[in-house]
Design a protein around this ligand. Structure first.
Ligand code: 3PY
Ligand code: MG
Length: 265
């Protein structure tokens, strides 16, 4: 089976730069996949993307060096399995707040025996991964629950200790909302900022991966400094909006581009 290069980068202590796709386009996915990202996540939660649009995006990503990942809209047995069968090499699952939820999510990503519930039918997994996909899938596929609620923060050590879970991925916007703050990937509030850094430290102690959504490239670099292993410098819409506004400002001779969203979206 084709190796999951994200596992290798994590083991070597090299940061993973991850792209995040909300635009339902195989061409756009292909373009992003060629820009040097280590992985590209197809976002079925907040992206304008359903499973039928995700398949050609994963096919397009197969022609790029980036590792294909997907964020599901919820912890759904059928959807997790379909995306893995469609060739995703890892699943990011929103709103996992308890060890029981983490255990269920991990079981959707793993074949039996050993607690896995994944049904057999690897489809594109065989084409992208290789003929021996079944023998290695459990060891290569990444299962990353999102920590984005107060309850998840309280349970983070137990979630990290859950067998079959490879790490955590922080959703800072929702984490802020659950703490009665406005959504912000890099909150100014000192307590929120400290809490997010503590989550990276918890993953470090567990020897597992910590990922996080960021507002942009500089912020993502800062998160690597905070101990995060996987950073997402905003989604494709944020990158496109920012580049477009900067081009318009340059043509018009305006000093600064019009402001864009600071949430990474
Ligand atoms: C969040 O910040 O809540 C996310 O889910 C990132 O997309
Ligand atoms: Mg979220």
């Amino acid at each position: 089976m084709r190796r999951n290069l994200l596992r290798q980068r994590f083991a070597e202590g090299r940061p993973i730069v991850n792209a995040w796709l909300a635009i339902p386009s195989a061409y756009s996915a292909e373009v992003i996949g060629h820009q040097g990202f280590d992985s590209v996540t197809v976002d079925l939660q907040h992206g304008m993307i359903g499973f039928d649009a995700a398949v050609p995006m994963l096919q397009a990503l197969s022609s790029t060096p980036a590792v294909p990942l997907a964020r599901v809209s919820k912890c759904d047995y059928a959807l997790v399995m379909q995306l893995l069968d469609a060739g995703a090499y890892g699943i990011i699952c929103p709103m996992i707040s308890t060890p029981a939820q983490a255990r269920e999510f991990a079981s959707f990503c793993r074949y039996p025996p050993g607690g896995g519930q994944r049904s057999f039918g690897p489809a594109r997994g065989l084409l992208y991964g290789g003929a021996d996909y079944f023998a290695h899938a459990d060891a290569e596929i990444l299962a990353l629950p999102m920590i984005e609620t107060r309850e998840a923060v309280a349970n983070v050590d137990a979630i990290l200790a859950t067998p079959g879970i490879d790490g955590i991925y922080i959703g800072p916007n929702d984490l802020c909302l659950s703490h009665d703050c406005a959504p912000a990937p890099e909150p100014a509030d000192a307590a929120m900022a400290g809490l997010i850094r503590d989550l990276a430290a918890a993953a470090g102690r567990a020897g597992k991966m910590a990922g996080i959504f960021c507002s942009g490239g500089e912020a993502a670099k800062g998160r690597v400094g905070d101990g995060f292993h996987m950073v997402t410098p905003g989604n494709d819409v944020a990158l496109l909006s920012r580049a477009s506004k900067a081009a318009v400002a340059a043509v018009r001779g305006e000093g600064a581009a019009a402001p864009t969203s600071k949430t990474g979206y």
